[in-house]
Design a protein around this ligand. Structure first.
Ligand code: 1Q0
Length: 211
């Protein structure tokens, strides 16, 4: 295991995502980013072959964090307020790649869809199932549709380095594989809810195809 392995626990990721949705059904940005940071830490534990993925995630987390640390920090408190602010001020480029919060968060949002499917596959998989297979099947059914060939190829190679399902579950540091499965069952509805709310918001504002 690489550096940081002992500090990761699925529990902190779970706590972050459970704290995302406010009473008004808004998605809070800080716990959303905290959830992603926990996932990145976990990914780093799996080995350097995944660095190209974690680096991209970190870049995106930092772009949004910078908005949260800027003079406009209040506008970036929730995904809803961010969308409203950036659209009202012409900050979202609909034609080409930019560093807007909306386009950046969309990349994490798409990855959250993969995560949802992957964790469900892991949770319901058999003891001896291959994490690499669950990972590539769910990736191909979701995120891969947005990635060019070269990234899909590199991701496919990295997935081969994933440990077996039970080792993977134990790496989550929440006890036995069975306990990790139980915790995944608890966590998934929260992750699904965050995904659903964001998806509806982006669809409503026609932001789902931002370049
Ligand atoms: C467990 C194995 C993890 C496998 C991760 C699967 C996702 C593969 C994604 C490959 C991304 C390659 C890097 C670059 C991509 C960018 O081109 C792309 C688009 O951005 P842009 O600016 O070019 O338009 N970026 C993305 O699509 C964002 C990808 C972010 C992926 C973040 C993945 C973080 C993974 C965490 C580990 C999850 C482990 C789950 C178990 C923990 C239990 C809670």
């Amino acid at each position: 295991m690489a550096e940081g392995a002992e500090t990761f626990s699925l529990r902190e990721v779970l706590v972050a995502f459970t704290a995302c949705v406010s009473e008004q059904r808004e998605v809070r940005v800080d716990p959303y980013l905290a959830g992603w940071k926990g996932l990145v830490r976990f990914l780093n534990c799996l080995g350097t072959i995944f660095s190209f993925i974690s680096k991209d995630a970190v870049t995106k987390i930092e772009i949004i964090e910078n908005y949260r640390n800027s003079d406009q920090r209040e506008k970036y408190l929730t995904v809803q307020s961010m969308v409203e602010y950036e659209l009202a001020n012409g900050l979202v480029d609909l034609q080409k790649r930019s560093d807007s919060g909306c386009r950046t968060l969309l990349r994490l949002h798409r990855a959250l869809h993969w995560l949802q499917m992957f964790l469900e596959g892991l949770r319901t998989g058999k003891d001896n199932s291959k994490t690499s297979v669950i990972c590539s099947e769910t990736y191909n059914a979701s995120l891969a549709n947005y990635h060019p060939w070269i990234i899909r190829k590199a991701a496919g190679v990295a997935f081969c380095a994933l440990p077996t399902r039970n080792t993977f579950l134990e790496t989550m540091n929440v006890g036995t594989a069975e306990e990790a499965v139980a915790m995944l069952g608890d966590a998934l509805p929260y992750i699904c809810e965050v995904y659903k709310i964001t998806e509806e918001l982006y669809a409503q504002h026609k932001l789902l195809d931002l370049p």
